[in-house]
Each structure stands twice: as structure tokens, then as C-alpha cells.
Design a binder for this molecule. Structure first.
Ligand code: GAL
Length: 665
């Protein structure tokens, strides 16, 4: 079975509505709903006063209709009585200000008092429902860290000191790792250390990096506390918590090891012409976090959200296309926020499966249609996606490190990763994400863009990868520091410089904007096997065995190497020291792929073809119709086709005929 459904918040509605909900869910082909995410105040209206009868009725009603339940632990937002009695449960921001109630998720999830109450609630829920026949999965909390990514209060200060003690053992080792000899920061004991609160000027970068690690660990500790209770109650029920794509505050590589299945909330902007690329990146990240196993799209919107400055509606077919994209890229379920559009509260303008205007609506018809289509695709459940030939390194530590202040230039890590991903997406190449020290040998090409923190293990893994025949593309901002945020000895790239056959003498960022660069006499382009304009990042580099692929054009760096390549062992190591523009990046990717024997697709950039379980998903995310030479049986329409005609946002799922060689535009 593929999951199909959404967050169901019946506590917002009178009981009369619940029967209609279930009946309409059946009409829409709903198989699973997530219940109880924000129900704490209704389940425990006063300290220790538990009221489960209403939830019993909801779950029993769903079960009677054959609908499964993904049951939340209801700890996503504490009720007002708890924070009134214990204000210290409220989270504190970096300037020491305590958040107020009146919205949601304003708490510190590792506060001992919060944990005591939350764990008691989870125990009661587990005790009551762990063996309910409707229960398919546990949904722990909700989007850990979304509202309050970090807490900086006194309780967190204590927890940080404990975390540091176990990481460093002695204060001398911490002083050494943090370089506290600079700026008179030397600590006499762990008790003197504060969280990474607001400081008058740049904070200690090693401390700031450790606070990110600690913060991610703290969020994970809160998740783990609930998992332990649920496991004791019934170890057969799978446990998840909803991720938020590439979410900076939580290192999901660590989290992925602790969930029984990965699930994700994904809200591409319908008004972003590259919203489908944004979504594809997130699908591929989830599949990679899941180690290739199926994952669930836990939340998406049927149409508009309500939290952007302008909340565009999805166009006809757009929700369907994005849903099939998720299935193609490994999802075993499509869920929404939320089942019934709210009439009150902060999310009443957010679209839902059942719109406020009712069933005579495009949204409802599309919801019903997708329910039917997913039922027809149910055999796909559990099937793997085709092997991706390329991996992009995704590293939370590098993200945290490269976006700190006091760096050579401001950087946006996710934008950098997205640029490389987009280049590959447009060439029709499926991408996995990987950790820098993973075994990368199954990939023909690996892109390590802005992998700022380079551990010895990662440098060795990347070198081995090239030696054994891999094609590594490393970019500027890679290997600037070790895991303590100390400069790598010998200059940028550390030991990887030898792999790539280069030496970086100096990092030399350009002024922002071509006009200013020209006025200053700075090089603004690269020329050679590839050419293109360049952005802010640039370096003075020397080749030591590498071949120059492109050199800087006229200006201060005229003739200096900008992009290099070196044969190393059986593979090739490419280095991109310049911030290439989109055409330059595409040109480079084409030659890298060609050398690595990876064939780009010949479909238009907005059309994707992904293979899963013997089926080809062909999706046109563009605004013009396309015709594809793909013959076979269209599983969705039930028709045999000689070729495909896809309208804007048109989708086909084809069992290709044996003679069909793949799609050509
Ligand atoms: C998510 C959240 C949901 C809902 C949704 C709206 O972040 O988990 O509860 O608020 O956004 O888009």
C-alpha cells in the first residue's frame, strides 16, 4: 500500500463533522491519517487530567472505515497550563529573551520539566494505543526545531557544559581546540562557558560550530526520549518524525539512523519557476538519508500555503505532478497538511485536501484523482529507484561552518548545493546525496561543493574514491578547516590538494557585481574548455601536475588557472576555484559527465524522467506541452502509447515496451 492522506485535526470541529470526514476520506481514497500532532491541550486539559475518550472515538471511527493511523505523540506544542506553572519551559533566544505563548512550539524540548510532562503524556498515549489495530506508525513531535531551532537558556547552558565535558574531557583540551588563547578567551573551568549567545563582535568560531552540533544533538535527544517510551510499549510499530528537507539546524544524517522510516514535509513555491527542482532535490535527499529505502512525503499542500508574502495557488495538475515526482524518487506515501481546511486560527488560508468551499472544487477533484492513481500504483510500494550515477556531498558541519561570520566572503551553502544540483537535474541526471566520508565507489561522479569542514577521514575517502576510478569535482570553499574550525595545515584543501594536483596560494573574492569588478580591474570571466562569467569567489592557485581546464580572463587574475583537472590513480580530480555562472557550470558538468561515461538525457530541462520498479515516470513541469518518444503502457490512463504528449504539469507513468530505447524530446 502507498500511504495517502494527511494531518487530521478533528479537535477543531464538532463531533457531527467527524462522520462526514471519514466518509469523504473514503471517497478520496485516503489510507492513512496523522492524528494528534497538536492535541496536547485537548488530551490533558489540566495537569494530570487525561481525556482520551474523544481520541478513542476518532481512531475507532477511522479504523471502522479501514483507514490507518499515524499517531502523533502530541508533544509538538505544550498547553498553556504547563508554561503558566513552569515558565522556564519556554525557550530563550540568543539575546536572552524568553518566547511567549499564544502561537505554537515555544518550548525548549530538552527542558527537564518539559520532558517530565511530555514523557508522561507519551507514556499514556503509548499505553492506550500501542496495540490498537489502526496504528500503523508513531509520529514523534512535529518538525523538531522548526519554530525554535536553538535554545540559549540556563538549562541549555548546563546541558552544553555536560556535552562539552564528554567531547573534550578536560578544559585544557577544549581551550586548545577552540583556540581560546586568542582574544583572552581562555576558560578556567567548564562552568565558565556560555551557550553561543549574542556577542558584541564575532564569537569564537569553534564554539559556534560546537553549539550547532550540540543543538542538533539536543533536538535529537528530545526525539529519542519519546522513542524509548514508544519502543517499550510495542516494538513492532515503526517510528518516524517529519523532516523539513535540508534543514540547517538538524543534521539529518544522524537523525536518519534513528527513524524507522524517513518522512519529509515539502512546500515548493507554486510561483517559483524552479519549484520542481527545489522539490526534486528534497526528494533525492530523503531517499539518500533513507539509504535508498522508501520514505514518506508526510506533508505537502494541495494548493497554496499561507506563510509566504505571496501564497500562489498550484496550477491545474501541478500538485499531481509534484506528487508523482515524489513517488518516482522513492516515496511510498503522499500526505498533506491538512485534511480539512481550518475555519479558525493561524492556518485558515492554508489549502487542504477538503477545501473550505467543499467538494465542488478543482482541489477536491484533483485529490480524488490522485487517490485513485496511487491505488493503481500500489505495487510500487517498497520498490527501489534506479541507481543514481552522481552524488553530491551534503554536509551539515560544512553548512554550519561556511555560513559563520568572519569568513573570506558571505556564502549560502544551500544555494551553492542547489546550483550544482540544478545543473545535473537539467541534464536529466539522477543524483544521490552523500556524506564526505561515505564509501562513494558506486558513483561515477561525486561533487563536493563548499565542503568546508574536511576531516582526515573525509580527505582519505575522497582520495581513495578518485584513485579507484571516481570522478571528483571539488569546488572553492572545500577543505578550509578541520572539525574544530582550525585552518587546515598547508592551505586550503589540506591533503586533498595533492589529490587534485594544485596548491591554493590565496583566496581572493571579487567585488559584488560585474560593473564594480570591471572598475577595479578584476577578472570577470573564465575561458578555455569552458567559458562563463564568474561571481564572488576566486582564488590564486598553482597547478602541481593538474591540467588547466579554464583560465581567468582579462583583469587581475588574467591567465591564472580557474578550473583544473588531474588524473589520479584510475580517476580524475577536478577543481573549480571560480564561482561559475549557470552556463559555465553546465558546460563543465557536460565534460565531466562525458569523461565519466554518464549520458545526459535529451529531454527539455523542465521535463523529468525517473525510473522506479520497472516504470518510467515522465513529468512535464514546464508551461508548454511536450512530446516524448516513449512507447509502452501508460499505467495511469490504461492506454498503450506510441509516444507521449504531456500538457503543462502533465504526468505519465509508463511501462516501457521492450523496443522503447528511452525518451527523446
Ligand atoms: C508545517 C507544519 C504543519 C503546518 C504546515 C503548513 O511546517 O508541520 O503543522 O503548519 O507547515 O504549511
Amino acid at each position: 500500500m502507498l500511504w495517502y492522506g494527511g494531518d487530521y485535526n478533528p479537535e477543531q470541529w464538532p463531533r457531527e463533522v467527524w462522520a462526514e470526514d471519514v466518509e469523504l476520506m473514503q471517497r478520496a481514497g485516503v489510507t492513512v491519517v496523522t492524528v494528534g500532532v497538536f492535541s496536547w491541550a485537548k488530551l490533558e486539559p489540566a495537569d494530570g487530567d487525561f481525556r482520551f475518550e474523544w481520541l478513542d472515538d476518532v481512531i475507532d471511527g477511522l479504523h471502522a472505515a479501514g483507514i490507518g493511523v499515524d499517531l502523533a505523540t502530541a508533544t509538538a506544542s505544550p498547553p498553556p497550563w504547563l508554561t503558566a506553572a513552569h515558565p522556564e519551559v519556554l525557550a530563550v533566544d540568543a539575546s536572552g529573551h524568553r518566547w511567549s505563548i499564544g502561537s505554537r512550539a515555544h518550548h525548549n524540548p530538552t527542558s527537564p520539566i518539559f520532558r517530565r510532562h511530555a514523557d508522561r503524556l507519551v507514556s499514556k498515549i503509548a499505553e492506550r494505543y500501542a496495540h490498537h489495530p489502526a496504528l500503523l506508525a508513531w509520529h514523534v513531535g512535529n518538525e523538531f526545531g522548526n519554530e525554535v531551532p536553538r535554545d540559549y537558556g540556563d538549562e541549555s547552558a548546563d546541558a552544553f557544559r555536560t556535552w562539552l565535558r564528554s567531547r573534550y574531557g578536560t578544559i585544557d583540551q577544549l581551550n586548545d581546540a577552540w583556540g581560546t588563547a586568542f582574544w583572552s578567551q581562555q576558560y578556567g573551568s567548564f562552568d565558565e562557558i556560555h551557550p553561543a549567545r549574542v556577542t558584541p563582535t564575532f564569537p569564537n568560531p569553534s564554539q559556534a560550530l560546537d553549539y550547532e552540533r550540540f543543538g542538533s544533538d539536543m533536538l535529537l535527544a528530545a526525539y529519542r526520549a519519546e522513542v524509548a517510551i514508544l519502543r517499550r510499549a510495542n516494538s513492532a510499530i515503526p517510528i518516524t518524525t517529519n523532516f523539513m528537507g535540508p534543514f540547517k539546524p538538524a543534521d539529518y544524517w544522524a537523525w536518519a539512523e534513528e527513524v524507522d522510516f524517513v518522512s519529509d514535509d515539502c512546500y515548493p513555491d507554486p510561483l517559483d519557476p524552479e519549484g520542481h527542482v527545489y522539490a526534486a532535490l528534497r526528494r533525492d535527499l530523503m531517499r539518500s538519508l533513507a539509504g535508498g529505502k522508501p520514505w514518506v512525503l508526510m506533508e505537502q499542500a494541495t494548493s497554496a500555503v499561507n506563510w509566504r508574502p505571496v501564497n500562489g495557488a498550484k496550477r491545474p495538475g501541478q500538485m499531481r505532478a509534484l506528487s508523482h515526482q515524489a513517488i518516482a524518487r522513492g516515496a511510498d506515501g503522499i500526505m498533506y497538511f491538512q485534511w480539512r481546511q481550518a475555519a479558525r486560527g493561524a492556518e485558515k488560508f492554508h489549502s487542504a485536501m477538503l477545501p473550505a468551499v467543499g467538494t465542488d472544487s478543482r482541489i477536491w477533484r484533483e485529490v480524488v484523482q490522485l487517490g485513485e492513481e496511487l491505488a493503481a500504483l500500489s505495487d510500487l510500494a517498497g520498490a527501489p529507484v534506479e541507481q543514481a550515477p552522481v552524488a553530491i556531498v551534503f554536509d551539515w558541519e560544512s553548512w554550519w561552518a561556511c555560513e559563520q561570520g568572519a569568513m573570506p566572503a558571505r556564502t549560502d551553502y544551500l544555494a551553492t548545493i542547489t546550483e550544482w544540483y540544478t545543473g545535473l537535474y537539467e541534464l536529466g541526471v539522477l543524483v544521490d546525496f552523500a556524506r564526505p566520508d561515505d564509501d562513494l565507489s558506486r558513483y561515477r561522479v561525486v561533487v563536493a561543493a563548499a565542503t568546508t569542514v574536511l576531516s582526515d577521514a573525509a580527505a582519505e575517502a575522497l582520495d581513495r574514491y578518485v584513485q579507484q576510478g571516481g570522478h571528483l569535482v571539488a569546488t572553492y570553499l572545500t577543505g578550509l578547516v578541520d572539525p574544530t574550525a582550525r585552518l587546515l595545515p598547508g592551505g586550503p584543501l589540506g591533503p586533498l590538494a595533492a589529490t587534485l594536483g594544485i596548491r591554493i596560494e590565496e583566496i581572493a573574492p571579487r567585488a559584488e557585481g560585474d560593473a564594480l569588478r570591471e572598475r577595479l580591474g578584476l577578472s570577470t570571466d573564465v575561458r578555455g574548455e569552458i567559458s562563463g562569467r564568474v561571481g564572488v569567489w576566486a582564488e590564486v592557485l598553482h597547478t602541481i601536475g593538474a591540467t588547466v581546464v579554464a583560465r581567468y580572463g582579462p583583469g587581475d587574475l588574467a591567465g591564472h588557472p580557474a578550473v583544473t583537472r588531474r588524473g589520479h590513480g584510475q580517476g580524475l580530480g577536478w577543481y573549480v576555484s571560480a564561482e561559475l555562472d549557470r552556463p559555465g557550470r553546465e558546460a563543465l558538468l557536460r565534460i565531466v559527465l562525458e569523461r565519466a561515461d554518464v549520458a545526459p538525457a535529451s529531454t527539455p530541462p523542465a521535463v523529468e524522467l525517473v525510473r522506479r520498479g520497472g516504470l518510467v515516470f515522465a513529468i512535464n513541469h514546464g508551461t508548454a506541452p511536450v512530446r516524448l518518444a516513449l512507447a509502452g503502457h501508460d499505467v495511469l490512463s490504461g492506454l498503450d502509447v506510441e509516444h507521449l504528449e504531456l500538457e503543462p504539469h502533465g504526468t505519465a507513468v509508463v511501462q516501457p515496451s521492450p523496443e522503447s530505447s528511452g525518451a527523446q524530446a
